[in-house]
Ligand binder design. Structure first.
Ligand code: FAD
Length: 367
């Protein structure tokens, strides 16, 4: 099959890798000159590293990562509410790790052997003709494909043009992401929760700490570093001091969070994967994991002999339960995070481990 993948993010590059491993002929187009790496760090749970293993890349990913053996939840005053050993859920699945986004993108890109990746080239339109996908590009060229895979992100132009109006739903959360010095040599995933404010630190190494902070759009104001410092000035150690000394020039990625409800985005010789099909709140840290799993299951489905339409339906049927589970759990986590400090802290200190097991255990099961 001749396959076009639109978008060279995690989903697009992983799909190209998975399809290539199944012997498919793949082309990737990316509208920008480089793949997206904004957002600084990324946390991968065991199902994501298992998927990378299936793509033949787990060793390289582990070499580029910091191992995350435990996840701690603290109040804004530094009281430990819950601590869970990641091994307890992911032990038989895959290791939990954190790494710079650029490293993950780079090793996915480097893994491609026969795939051509064209940067600075945008898909401008596509239509079905003679049972093929005709595609026009921004450089004026046209081509036809047996399948177009839309891995074109949360604002997916392919979703907007080919499926019922499905604008991403705002989540009423705005975030900052940046990398700071790992002053206290934090060695576990550590989140501190305040009233409608979250401050998360994930070590990328003994020297570097990836920080994610969020608040409501109203509190975000101008999104400046001064606002970030003000909002979290009452947060104690270990994370408060990590941001109190920030200077305005620190490279910061800001995002208004939104989600795309998971649905079967499949039309004639066209299918969507990754954020284009199911962007979710980051509270389960499953964006990359779901994108990598999409890639594997799509490639596996396409290597079957059935007709294109039933292959795409079968692909979604295999993904549905996991995608819906992640979105349901994200909503539950966001709701709990935003409940009163007293109730949330009580629930997390009494039931934190049970909730962790409950939300992640199904994802640790075989694909
Ligand atoms: C604040 C935040 C924190 C997160 N943290 C984590 C985390 O710790 N762990 C985790 O697993 N996930 C995390 N995620 C989710 C994760 O980042 C995403 O799920 C993942 O990056 C999505 O990848 P993608 O390839 O689907 O989309 P994208 O990375 O958006 O890539 C889409 C690409 O398509 C290109 N494109 C679009 N239209 C066209 C066109 N017409 N022609 C050519 N190219 C086109 C775009 O330029 C872009 O490069 C987080 C998300 C957010 C918002």
């Amino acid at each position: 099959m001749k396959i076009l993948v639109v978008g060279a993010g995690i989903a697009g590059l992983a799909a190209a890798r998975a399809l290539e491993l199944k012997g498919q002929h793949v082309e990737v187009v990316e509208r920008f000159e480089t793949s997206p790496t904004s957002g600084q760090g990324i946390f991968l749970l065991g199902n994501a590293t298992r998927a990378l293993k299936n793509l033949g890349l787990q060793k390289e990913v582990i070499e580029a990562s910091f191992p995350i053996a435990s996840q701690q939840i603290l109040s804004s005053s530094g009281l430990v509410l819950n601590s869970v050993a990641t091994q307890s859920v992911w032990g038989n699945c895959g290791p939990c790790v954190a790494l710079p986004r650029a490293s993950l993108i780079e090793l996915l890109g480097r893994s491609l052997q026969s795939t051509s990746v064209s940067y600075g080239k945008t898909l401008t339109s596509t239509a079905i003709s003679d049972d093929k996908r005709q595609v026009s590009f921004s450089d004026g060229s046209t081509s036809e494909y047996d399948l177009v895979v839309g891995a074109d992100g949360i604002h997916s132009p392919l979703r907007n043009a080919n499926f019922e109006a499905t604008a991403p739903r705002p989540l009423d959360i705005v975030s900052w992401r940046l990398v700071v010095d790992n002053l206290g040599e934090l060695d576990s995933w550590t989140v501190m929760l305040g009233r409608k404010r979250t401050l998360l630190g994930i070590p990328l190494s003994r020297k570097q700490l990836y920080i994610y902070a969020d608040c409501s759009p109203r509190d975000f104001q101008d999104g400046s570093i001064e606002t970030l410092k003000d909002l979290f000035s009452q947060f104690k150690g270990p994370l408060g001091p990590a941001i109190s000394g920030l200077t305005p020039d620190v490279i910061t990625h800001r995002a208004m969070l939104a989600e795309v409800a998971a649905k079967p985005y499949a039309a004639e010789r066209l299918v969507l994967i990754g954020d284009a099909a199911h962007a979710s709140s980051p509270s389960m840290a499953q964006g990359a994991g779901m994108a990598l799993e999409d890639a594997l299951i799509l490639a596996e489905s396409l290597s079957r002999p059935e007709a294109s339409a039933s292959v795409l339906a079968a692909f979604y049927a295999r993904r549905k339960a996991r995608l819906e589970w992640v979105q349901k759990q994200c909503a539950a986590r966001d709701k709990l995070r935003n409940s009163s400090n007293f109730l949330r802290n009580l629930i997390l200190s009494k039931f934190g481990n049970t909730l962790y097991q409950h939300s992640y255990m199904p994802l640790a099961q075989p694909l």
